[in-house]
Design a protein around this ligand. Structure first.
Ligand code: ADP
Ligand code: TZD
Ligand code: MG
Length: 567
């Protein structure tokens, strides 16, 4: 009799671990990227047992980057799970990067005993995580009672997705995870979030103001940013551009929203188009450093702006915006298209002709560099080989980080489909590569090529073990020039920017059962990349290039202060 009663009671109880999983699953969050340990080991284990996918990483920063890009790709917050204290802090860089880039993610960290932490009595991995997270997160919440898990998860999802997306921190105390609750109360406490990122159509007046400005423009230009890619309004954007005939310029992660070979792309005439345009329409792109803040010498003082963004405060942040359009991009583009039906827009032939001539010249100049055949390879020739292989399907994700490796690859590798180029983004951050690659294939099932500078690769290189463990179709290409920007001269002592010359990165992956290639000419590079992609198995191509080829800071030398005193 007594034992029956106990069993019945147990059966009518649930606990914090299960409730967190139930709350995530109820809201369609089915994948966790994390690193296990106290107090969340059982959360990871149970999540997997309950049918969620769990990707165990070697470092929380990579797991966090993976979660953030999963959010960008799917419009559902990516979930990263970490332990308390240092594990949480390791994840914080990714949380801050997600917030900076407007990627929706939720960093869930277990935390130590509140009473001990608050009195600073020295608990295991003690840290006031909630307050530490606040400056880096769009929002931060702590769940202190098991019956609040449903609300906590719902608030985190809404905060991550609504308005401008961002990184949300969710603190789960060890106590809450272990607490029990009767099943009925638990069931009632869960929330299925309805419409977490409601459409926000712009005001009709703002749309008319913008169209009127475009109608008056002589030389209009559209700049597409990664907000436009995130919004998944590809069809509306294409129709607007093709109906108006306005030339466009994609920011790096917006490459592919319209194919890079689109006749209206003015990417190959970037400075000319920006310098000559009289009205610029920013769609999901901020006028931050990546666009020289809209200031001279790149931009004339007379440029007038239309800015389409979901974040009202973005307007006038760097330059006065004559026609702010606050709304989500999908609704906004639909509104523009409707307005166009009554107001035609005429783009002058001269303007398009000017851009095309400049484009042609620049493409010819680039072709000369691409078609050279120096030994060892340089950035241009190695990337030409990669471009040609990827161009056969245009269905492989491209992850890209480094300095010169980033700048050259962005310009040389054309993207034909939206959201398939993932790179260092708003911060120019190193260490995103393998996390982004893992999430890109995890979320899409497609193959990924991660084109990495040798320094960039070092930030998260151990995740090749993760790639091998899950047998993911990720080919990492390390552009090995022996350093940050370039290698040291032979026989010199290591400089601050130097890395080991002739490092055999290809051998690293062999230690984990992956396929390593060591190449120094374009034919071997093409062969290796084709074979690796064909196999859909983990591979790393150590791509040896001229160690003198890179320039300091790549294309952003202007941001690199130099001592006037050094010899
Ligand atoms: P890029 O680096 O490509 O120039 P940014 O990250 O600077 O792009 O800008 C992206 C912008 O897109 C942000 O200001 C963000 O608020 C905005 N954004 C993100 N999602 C949407 C959306 N669905 N609708 C409108 N604006 C969006
Ligand atoms: N740390 C972090 C997190 N982000 C950074 N951007 C840097 C340091 C500084 N940094 C750059 O801005 S690029 C870069 C570093 C260290 C590496 C460049 O070297 P690489 O690429 O080998 O990756 P190239 O092709 O040799 O230029
Ligand atoms: Mg390098």
């Amino acid at each position: 009799m007594a034992s029956e009663l106990t069993e019945e009671l147990i059966n009518e109880q649930t606990d914090g671990f299960h409730l967190v999983i139930d709350a995530l699953k109820l809201n369609g969050l089915d994948t966790i990227y994390g690193v296990a340990g106290i107090p969340i080991t059982d959360l990871a284990r149970l999540a997997q047992a309950e049918g969620m996918r769990y990707f165990g990483f070697r470092h929380e920063q990579s797991a966090g980057h993976a979660a953030s890009i999963a959010g960008y790709l799917t419009q559902k917050p990516g979930v990263c799970l970490t332990v308390s204290g240092p594990g949480f802090l390791n994840g914080l860089v990714a949380l801050a990067n997600a917030t900076t880039n407007a990627f929706p993610m939720i960093l869930i960290s277990g935390s130590s005993d509140r009473a001990i932490v608050d009195l600073q009595q020295g608990d295991y991995e003690e840290l006031d995580q909630l307050n530490a997270a606040k400056p880096f997160a769009k929002a931060a919440f702590r769940i202190n009672n098991p019956e609040d898990i449903g609300v906590g998860v719902a608030r985190a999802i809404r905060a991550a997705l609504s308005g401008r997306p961002g990184g949300v921190y969710l603190d789960l105390t060890a106590k809450v995870l272990g607490s029990t609750l009767d099943i009925e109360t638990a069931r009632k406490s869960l929330i299925k979030v309805v419409d977490p990122s409601p459409l926000q159509p712009p005001s009709p007046a703002s749309v008319t103001r913008a169209i009127n400005l475009l109608k008056k423009a002589q030389r209009p230009l559209i700049i597409l940013g990664k907000g436009a890619a995130y919004a998944q309004a590809d069809e509306e954007i294409r129709r607007f551009i093709e109906t108006t005939g306005i030339p466009f310029l994609p920011m790096s992660m917006a490459k592919g929203v319209l194919p890079d070979n689109h006749p209206l792309s003015s990417a190959a005439a970037r400075s000319y188009a920006i310098g000559q345009a009289d009205v610029v329409m920013l769609i999901g792109a901020r006028l931050n450093w990546l666009l020289s803040h809209g200031k001279r010498p790149l931009w004339p003082e007379t440029t007038q702006y239309i800015q389409v963004d979901i974040q009202p405060m973005e307007m006038d942040s760097n330059r006065p915006i004559q026609a702010p359009v606050v709304g989500d991009i999908k609704s906004s583009m639909q509104a523009f298209l409707q307005d166009l039906e009554s107001h035609g827009i005429q783009v002058s032939e001269d303007w398009l002709e000017g851009i095309n001539q400049k484009k042609q010249k620049n493409i010819e100049k680039m072709a000369q560099r691409l078609n050279a055949n120096p030994h060892p390879m340089n950035f241009s020739t190695a990337l030409r080989a990669i471009r040609d292989v990827l161009g056969k399907t245009n269905d492989v994700y491209v992850v890209n980080e480094g300095a010169n490796t980033l700048d050259f690859a962005r310009n040389i590798i054309d993207m034909m489909k939206p959201r398939m180029r993932l790179d260092t983004g708003t911060w120019g951050i190193m260490g995103i590569g393998l996390g982004y690659a893992i999430a890109a294939t995890a979320e899409s099932g497609k193959s990924v090529v991660a084109i990495e500078g040798d320094s960039a690769f070092g930030f998260d290189g151990m995740e090749i073990e993760t790639i091998c463990r899950y047998r993911l179709p990720v080919v990492t290409v390390v552009f090995n020039n022996g350093g940050i920007y370039r290698g040291d001269p032979e026989n010199s002592k290591p400089s601050p920017t130097g890395l080991l010359a002739d490092a055999r990165y290809d051998k690293l992956i062999e230690a984990f059962g992956g396929r390593g290639y060591h190449v120094s000419d374009t034919a071997s590079l093409s062969f290796a990349l084709e074979e690796a992609l064909e196999s859909r198995q983990p591979a790393l191509i150590n791509c040896v290039i001229d160690r003198t080829a890179g320039t300091e800071s790549g294309h952003i030398q202007g941001l690199n202060p130099k001592s006037g005193l050094s010899k």
